[in-house]
Design a protein around this ligand. Structure first.
Ligand code: NAD
Length: 488
């Protein structure tokens, strides 16, 4: 197998770090071999990106010209959509229906930020003297985009598109286990006319090259998606440099079923919210709060449907849950389920690996529901990042809000009710960045996304998401007919 090149400083070449193989989580066959970037590659990529982003080919583009490059990226992703979706299926093991949606969303993200780029207005502010005042926005410089393995291409697009739209140079460090889509995005950027060196794609272990990226003096912002502990370590390094960061971190989202909910909608929504993407989703609704008066019938329906979810071959369009990302990750989920049992939980369904055929070759795990625990149990408090739902209950709204907000995380929540006034009250009182009402895990690039508490810092997406990658500058234009009087 040939060693795949990576994109460093405008050149496709072998990274100077370790050679490693990436694998298909459904059967453990090798996808690709590549040589990771080392610290020298990191430094070269950053220095080249800084030089390239200052050249007129990139720096002097008018907004509509830069937007045209992003529109071309979007069109090229669409042209290659099926190929990219199949590659992502192998890279990450997600079902093909899901990877098709993620590729489409990446194309939409570039289109959206192209539009944001060419329509972004700068402002004249009200003058308070003999001058004209303006507020304009400048690129930050080189931005580092560090992404996790759970939604390749969509995560990278969410950072790369606004960072390029804002006129920056960008180094993208995808997760070491899922580098392939980011590398393809690098090829797409080149074909779309992003000048050489403006973008580098440098796969590698965070523990080896992460510090070098974050500490480099030419890196002016890190946009990070990943685990809370990694985000916290990175924020400490960034603080030394007084560098802004955007951190999209972990979650343990409550999904709330009221006694007046349409239970058919709620059952399907809760299942989709926690088990799609095999639960490897920051926004997974992994804490179920069901009103005690409907708890028994709700759980009966939920468990019957969870047990019938189709776990299997990601290439099959009927598959609802593919494998987990690695055997090590599956073992960590198994430890959590065991912990739940040890803490007195009852496994209502799942709690085991499926057996036979493909199941024996990949990292599959059955959708799992536990009850008999409280919101204080460790598996109710820690992010499991797998197909595990903890079923809790509530009596009145005060009790519900106390439990739902009693979490280190504050990423997302769901509410199922027919009472819109109650939905409004609960939604406003939940300490999270997103609340879905009678739906779950719907995403729109035009709607801002953020986490609070240990789920993150800063906002991504939305029309003004582009401003996260620019700094604001004020201009004062003197209109005086005479010299300033002070010196006379
Ligand atoms: P992770 O924190 O282990 O890794 C994320 C990225 O950071 C990877 O590219 C990794 O190589 C890199 N990294 C690791 N150590 C680093 C260091 N010291 N310096 C710089 N970079 C370093 O997370 P993961 O296991 O890949 O992803 C799962 C986590 O991501 C979960 O906690 C999940 O909730 C979170 N996530 C959050 C969102 C969101 O939008 N809030 C979205 C997706 C995933």
């Amino acid at each position: 197998m040939t060693v795949e090149p990576i994109l460093v400083a405008g050149e496709w070449r072998r990274g100077r770090g370790d050679v490693y193989a990436t694998r298909y989580p459904a059967d453990d066959t090798v996808n690709a071999e590549l040589a990771a970037a080392n610290v020298d590659d990191v430094n070269e990529a950053i220095e080249t990106a800084d030089a390239a982003r200052r050249r007129p080919e990139w720096a002097a583009l008018k907004p509509h010209e830069r937007a045209a490059v992003l529109y071309r990226i979007s069109a090229l992703i669409r042209e290659r959509a099926e190929e990219l979706a199949q590659l992502q299926r192998r890279d990450n093991g997600k079902p093909i229906t899901e990877t098709r949606a993620l590729v489409a969303s990446a194309a939409g993200t570039f289109q959206f930020f192209a539009a944001a780029c060419e329509t972004l207005e700068e402002t004249l502010t009200p003058p308070r003297g003999d001058y004209l005042t303006m507020s304009v926005h400048e690129p930050l410089g080189v931005v580092a985009a560090i992404t996790p393995w759970n939604s390749p291409i969509a995560s990278e697009a969410q950072k790369l598109a606004p960072a390029l739209a804002a006129g920056n140079g960008v180094v993208v460090k995808p997760a070491e286990v899922t580098p392939l889509l980011a590398l393809e995005l690098g090829r797409v950027c080149e074909r779309a006319g992003v000048p050489r060196g403006v973008v580098s794609i440098i796969p590698g272990k965070g523990s080896v090259i992460g510090d070098a990226i974050v500490k480099h003096p030419l890196v002016k912002k890190v946009s990070f998606t990943g685990g809370t502990s990694t985000g916290r370590a990175l924020a400490k390094l960034a603080a030394e440099k007084l560098m802004p960061v955007t951190l999209e971190l972990g979650g343990k989202s409550p999904t709330i079923v009221c006694e007046d909910a349409d239970l058919d909608h709620a059952v399907n929504g809760v299942l989709f919210g926690v088990f799609s993407s095999s639960g490897e989703s920051c926004i997974a609704g992994s804490r179920l709060f069901v009103h005690e008066s409907v708890r028994a019938p709700f759980l009966e329906r939920l468990v019957a449907k969870a047990s019938a979810l189709r776990v299997g071959d990601p290439a099959d369009v009927r598959t609802q849950m593919g494998p987990l990302i690695t055997s090590k990750h599956r073992e960590s989920i198994e430890r959590y389920v065991q912990l739940g049992r040890d803490e007195g939980g009852r496994v209502l369904c799942g709690g085991e690996r499926p057996q036979g055929g493909l199941y024996d070759r990949g990292w599959f795990y059955r959708p799992t529901v536990l009850d008999g625990l409280t919101n204080d149990a460790r598996i109710s408090r820690e992010e499991i990042f797998g197909p595990v739902l903890v079923a809790l209950s509530w009596r009145d709204e005060g009790d519900l809000l106390r439990q739902a907000n009693d979490s280190a995380f504050g990423l997302a929540a769901g509410i199922w009710t027919r009472d819109y006034k109650r939905a409004w009250r609960i939604a406003r009182a939940l300490e999270t960045g997103t609340v879905w009402i009678n739906t779950y895990k719907q995403f729109s690039i035009s709607t801002p996304f953020s986490g609070i508490k240990e789920s993150g810092v800063g906002v991504e997406k939305g029309r003004l998401g582009i401003l996260q990658y620019k700094h604001q500058k004020s201009l004062y234009w003197g209109l005086n007919d005479r010299p300033l009087g002070w010196a006379d």
